[in-house]
Design a protein around this ligand. Structure first.
Ligand SMILES: NC(=O)c1ccc[n+]([C@@H]2O[C@H](COP(=O)([O-])OP(=O)(O)OC[C@H]3O[C@@H](n4cnc5c(N)ncnc54)[C@H](O)[C@@H]3O)[C@@H](O)[C@H]2O)c1
Length: 468
């Protein structure tokens, strides 16, 4: 029987990173992963195969099309007859995925990590090790890291299949639907809704809650919603979906809105109402692994489950379902197993939504800070006053800094605008070091860059923005 120091179950961002870090720390490491793409093993989990990476590839392609058809003219570029070759666009997306998933295979080889393709199931404890069924083969491991991720949550009224799709189906539609319905105005709903809207679909988004992107700062969600609506996304809030019927032609959704019953016809329907933890095939019940009432693996603040030598990280333990949070937990847990002080700073985890304009934030919103009884000062700077944004022909949105009124420590930074997915990294670093708005304001930022808006928003906390 093969014996390992560390066996990771799940090869997504949590699991593959944990395996690499464990191997770097000198552990004999293996990873068992069941994901299949086109009938073949494919490491990287949801993120690389059917999530973050392919969706960004499609967001980029569709945004280029939008730029060529709607904006090129303003730059003085004349383009006639631009059209979408969807097969080619999808093939490029698939090639990006192939490259990255293959890259993990290469990293596993380089780090001498043994890879098993299939389910990993905890079988029994023998001495100081676990016996795990790794894709049908029993192996032993002193430490097991459960990193089995999450699955899309289905709406009981509208099970996935046919014209009703989740993230992976929505990234592989073979033609642009004329009418696309989206249930859930969360991250997936607005990102994938944006892709198909840009490619020509009429997109209707049905959301149960009364407002848009409630976890974001109010100013950001308001600004983002304004732009998304302007692009033609048709949002309906406080909606109660009552019935979903599928036929060969498409999907009929009946919902209640403002006390009225409305029936809408769609060619395709994306259901993006959150994700549920995936503990399928893990043998959790047989070995007595404790799950919480929502099915997440229960852990302490060192990622330890109730079973000795069994740890859990990533989407399967709950919290923010973000690949970068999962990756950092992967590093931390491997270091903890090695007796080091592995740690994740949950107060400085960035959120990014890849719409146009992009949305990004880190830390507390102004409303959240006030609800905690904190006294805050805020500074906001519009991209409309940023030279580089004007040069880009995209000056939508702003940067907003929330700082503690007494200490000036940055509590949160909130952005909507061009390239804010990249700009947020600076704010995360400053917060990681416990920096103040003054620190950010006194940092020299290259001119002309979008990043100057971050500096100006920090200056605005003290009412000394220079260019607004
Ligand atoms: N850019 C990114 O970081 C990124 C991209 C994609 C997905 N993700 C993550 O994947 C996870 C899943 O994404 P998601 O968009 O499915 O979930 P989400 O939690 O972001 O949004 C789900 C939305 O569906 C709504 N909803 C729930 N039930 C509903 C119902 N019956 N009718 C109408 N609306 C309903 C919720 O109120 C919520 O607004 C999230 O945790 C997200 O953070 C992140």
């Amino acid at each position: 029987m093969d014996a390992f120091d560390v066996l990771v179950i799940g090869g997504g961002p949590a699991g593959y990173v944990a395996a690499i870090r464990a191997a770097q720390l000198g552990f004999k490491t293996a990873c068992v992963d069941a994901f299949e793409r086109n009938g073949k093993a494919s490491l990287g989990g949801t993120c690389l195969n059917v999530g973050c990476i392919p969706s960004k590839a499609m967001l980029d392609s569709s945004e280029k099309f939008e730029m060529i058809t709607h904006e090129a003219d303003e730059h003085g570029i004349v383009v006639d007859g631009a059209r979408v070759d969807l097969n080619k666009m999808l093939a490029r997306k698939d090639a990006v995925v192939d490259k990255l998933t293959g890259g993990i295979q290469f990293l596993f080889k380089k780090n001498k990590i043994k890879s098993y393709h299939g389910y990993g199931r905890l079988v029994r404890r023998e001495g100081d090790a676990w016996i795990v069924d790794a894709a049908g083969e029993e192996v032993s491991a002193k430490n097991v890291i459960v990193a089995t991720g999450s699955n899309p949550r289905a709406l009981p009224l509208a099970p996935f299949g046919g014209h009703i799709v989740e993230n992976s189906g929505a990234l592989a539609l073979t033609e642009v639907p004329q009418r696309l319905g989206v249930i859930g105005a969360g991250v997936i709903g607005v990102e994938l809704g944006s892709v198909w809207r840009r490619l020509g679909a009429q997109v209707t988004v049905l959301e149960a809650l009364p407002g848009f992107l409630l976890p974001a700062d109010d100013a950001v969600s308001k600004e983002a919603l304004k732009h998304l609506k302007k692009q033609g996304l048709d949002f309906h809030f406080s909606v109660n979906v009552k019935d979903v019927q599928q036929s060969d032609a498409g999907v009929t959704v009946t919902y209640e809105e403002n006390g009225q019953s409305v029936t809408a016809q769609f060619d395709k329907l994306i259901v993006s109402i959150g994700r549920v933890p995936n503990t399928q095939g893990l043998g959790a019940q047989d070995v007595g692994l404790t799950l919480d009432e929502r099915g997440f693996v229960k852990i302490d603040d060192h990622y330890r489950t109730n079973l000795p030598g069994v740890y859990a990280i990533g989407d399967v333990v709950g919290g923010a379902m973000l690949a970068h949070k999962a990756e950092d937990e992967g590093v931390a847990v491997a270091e903890i197993i090695a007796g080091q002080a592995g740690h994740v700073n949950y107060d400085a985890i960035p959120w990014v939504i890849y719409t146009s304009p992009e949305i990004a934030w880190v830390g507390l919103t102004e409303q959240g800070a006030k609800a905690q009884g904190l006294e805050v000062r805020t500074g906001q700077f519009p991209f409309a006053a940023n030279g580089r944004a004007l040069g880009h022909n995209d000056s939508r949105g702003f940067v907003k800094v929330v700082a503690d009124a007494k200490s000036d420590k940055i509590l949160g930074v909130h952005m909507v605008g061009p390239n804010v997915s990249e700009l947020i990294a600076e704010a995360v670093s400053v917060m990681e070091f416990g920096g103040s708005a003054e620190d950010l304001a006194r940092t020299v930022h290259a001119h002309p860059t979008l990043s100057e808006a971050v500096k100006e928003a920090a200056l605005a906390v003290d009412k000394r923005a220079l260019h607004a």
